[in-house]
Design a protein around this ligand. Structure first.
Ligand SMILES: Nc1ncnc2c1ncn2[C@@H]1O[C@H](COP(=O)(O)OP(=O)(O)OP(=O)(O)O)[C@@H](O)[C@H]1O
Length: 308
């Protein structure tokens, strides 16, 4: 069976020469929840827009369950639901009409029971006869989600779904995402909120300056969370680490005044005692020490900074 989405060597250069995506390769598995994390302007929306056929790629290819997004556009697009970042929908139509019409756009037969279920799930049922323009911003966002679900997509894109939404909608949204996942829908969401990715995603991808820096299982990232940093302030600065201390888990920083040791808290032996003994042997005197747990946020920030 084909993966939900298969992206190969995807690049996008906008008119004017700006490179928004740089050679992205990504396989999105069926039924997973993938969170794409990245700072403003990283290229997340561009990537989603290409997959959904809104923006043309400059080079590379994308297929949706094996359907090429260009040569087999209709098939590919019919499998996808998109909740865009910006709200745009017909102001004068009612909620019911807008959502039913969206379903029709994909050539799906009317299914009032399904539309009712979607509206109920999104707490929109009592607003079904209200024109969109009379809804609050949060309600309009719910309508965008209902529209995206109206044609029963197998893959759902949520572009910053919780930016600026209230706690209640956020809760409803995650409950809905979980239900959709249970029914086998693949979900890709973009977010700036690391806690959100931590809470909901199976895998996390980090994107910065158009490049996909990493895609990893969340549990693996959580394992990285278990990493701690020991910072050793030296009594006297040293020019470089002596040969015996040149290891991947040690770094000399701060103009030679500090050694940073990365260790795994879950390991049986942290290696701190032997490190202190080694320093002693080399005649390096430690003035003070401090430990710090690295968070997913720091891992993310470091990755993004390193890519600059
Ligand atoms: N039509 C366009 N023409 C030129 N440049 C564009 C166009 N659309 C987007 N860009 C640029 O491409 C870059 C990536 O934008 P994109 O919207 O994909 O980022 P993003 O990761 O979704 O950011 P955000 O988190 O702010 O939504 C930005 O620098 C943006 O200014």
């Amino acid at each position: 069976m084909h993966n939900a989405i298969s992206i190969k060597n995807l690049s996008k250069v906008y008119e004017g020469g700006f490179k928004a995506l740089d050679n992205v390769d990504l396989e999105i598995k069926n039924g997973e929840i993938l969170a794409l994390l990245g700072p403003n302007g990283a290229g997340k929306t561009t990537m989603i827009s290409i997959i959904c056929g809104i923006v043309n790629p400059t080079s590379g290819s994308v297929s949706v369950r094996g359907h090429d997004i260009i040569s087999d556009f209709r098939q590919a697009r019919s499998l996808i639901g998109l909740v865009p970042q910006e709200l745009h929908t017909d102001a004068f139509e009612t909620v019911w009409a807008t959502v039913s019409y969206s379903r029709g756009l994909f050539g799906r037969k009317p299914n009032p029971e399904l539309v009712e279920q979607i509206l109920r799930d999104l707490t929109l049922w009592d607003k079904k006869d209200t024109p969109i323009m009379a809804l609050s911003g949060g309600m309009k966002r719910r309508v965008m989600i209902a529209k995206a679900l109206s044609h029963e997509p197998q893959i759902l894109f949520l572009d910053e779904p919780t930016a600026g939404v209230d706690v209640e909608l956020r809760k409803d949204m995650w409950a809905l995402v979980n239900r959709l996942r249970e029914s086998g829908v693949t979900i890709i969401l973009t977010t700036h909120y690391i806690e959100e990715a931590e809470e909901i995603a199976d895998r996390v991808g980090v994107i910065s300056k158009g490049r996909l820096l990493l895609v990893e299982d969340k549990t693996e990232l959580m394992r990285k969370l278990g990493k701690k940093e020991l910072s050793l302030q030296l009594a006297e600065p040293i020019g470089e680490l002596p040969g015996t201390l040149r290891r991947d888990d040690l770094e000399l920083v701060n103009g030679g005044q500090e050694i940073v040791f990365n260790y795994d808290t879950q390991a049986e032996r942290t290696g701190i005692a032997s490190l202190l003994a080694d320093l002693n042997k080399e005649g390096i005197v430690v003035k003070d020490l401090d430990t710090k747990q690295s968070s997913l946020e720091e891992i993310f920030v470091r990755l993004v900074e390193e890519s600059r």
